[in-house]
Write a protein that binds this ligand. Structure first.
Ligand SMILES: Nc1ncnc2c1ncn2[C@@H]1O[C@H](COP(=O)(O)OP(=O)(O)OP(=O)(O)O)[C@@H](O)[C@H]1O
Ligand SMILES: [Mg+2]
Length: 271
């Protein structure tokens, strides 16, 4: 698998990335769980058509920050978010925002594959149906096929669409969840340690997929694996004790980071 080869497409995307606007802007983002402060004035911008990796030791606030980006923290009672986050120019914490719509634009894939206990077909069709994205059965069939193709799963499941999603292997289930996220045509996809429950072969497939998805989506991925961050991302953000300590080109981050704490973490001195 030569997923990091500098193909023409890759070069074009890199070029696009350097010219590109920020898809999401996080300004002075702080998060509190009750009295406890988990993030301190984080300023982090997410570039379009870029994979941004969030790294740092356990408990540093990676998942907390990721959840801010589609207001998943709203579901935690004690949680309070301050600062400002925009998607394009829209303030996502504006009280008038429809959170369901926001989460269709900023989708999420979780650590543990969590397909619905329904058929493979239904797992994909559910979102487009409730968001009114398909006018007919034929439309819906098309969305299901395209989404499964984008997630690199179509050939493996096309003859068993009516079988349960939970009957797939772990790696297939995670690609099914990615297909489900893709099906509602999000602009941004958030992934919280999407490979941590997968074996190395399934991980490689998902990493390759993330790499391909960059052409159509903007991706933010939390990972504990430095190798994974280096393989899949173009930008990396390093968190420590609730602070964003450095954000940089991934290549630079892993060869010559600006911050001593990044250096220490990458060298395995803590975390
Ligand atoms: N639901 C919650 N209620 C209270 N505190 C929480 C909650 N979720 C996270 N925290 C706290 O916020 C801080 C940041 O947690 P977070 O889960 O964002 O870290 P993380 O970097 O994702 O860690 P890990 O790598 O272990 O997943 C931690 O101190 C954690 O204990
Ligand atoms: Mg986490």
């Amino acid at each position: 698998m030569n997923m990091m080869s500098e193909t023409a497409v890759e070069k074009a995307l890199d070029q696009k990335m350097t010219e590109m606007k920020y898809k999401m802007i996080g300004k002075d983002v702080s998060v509190y769980y009750g009295e406890k402060r988990a993030l301190f004035d984080v300023n982090l911008n997410v570039r379009e058509h870029t994979v941004t990796a969030l790294i740092g030791p356990s408990g540093c606030g990676k998942s907390t920050f990721l959840r801010c980006l589609n207001r998943m923290n709203d579901t935690i009672d004690s949680c309070r978010v301050t600062g400002k986050i925009t998607l394009d120019e829209m303030d996502i914490y504006d009280p008038d925002i429809d959170v369901v719509e926001l989460r269709a634009r900023v989708g999420m894939v979780f650590q543990k594959p969590n397909p619905f206990p329904k058929s493979i077909y239904e797992n994909i069709a559910y979102g487009p149906r409730i968001h009114g994205l398909a006018r007919s059965k034929a439309d819906l069939d098309q969305v299901v096929e395209t989404s499964l193709q984008k997630a690199g799963l179509w050939n493996e499941v096309k003859d068993r669409l009516q079988e349960s999603g939970t009957g797939l292997s772990g790696g297939q289930q995670q690609r099914l969840c990615i297909a489900r996220a893709v099906a509602v045509s999000p602009e941004v996809i958030l992934m919280d340690e999407p490979c941590s429950a997968l074996d190395p072969i399934a991980t490689a497939k998902v990493e390759e997929l993330i790499h391909e998805l960059r052409a159509n989506f903007t991706i933010v991925i939390v990972t504990h694996s430095m190798q994974q961050a280096a393989r899949v991302s173009q930008r990396t953000a390093m968190f420590h004790l609730g602070l964003l300590v450095e954000e940089n080109d991934t290549d630079k981050m892993f060869t010559n980071p600006d911050d001593q704490r990044t250096q220490d973490y990458i060298m395995g001195r803590f975390g």
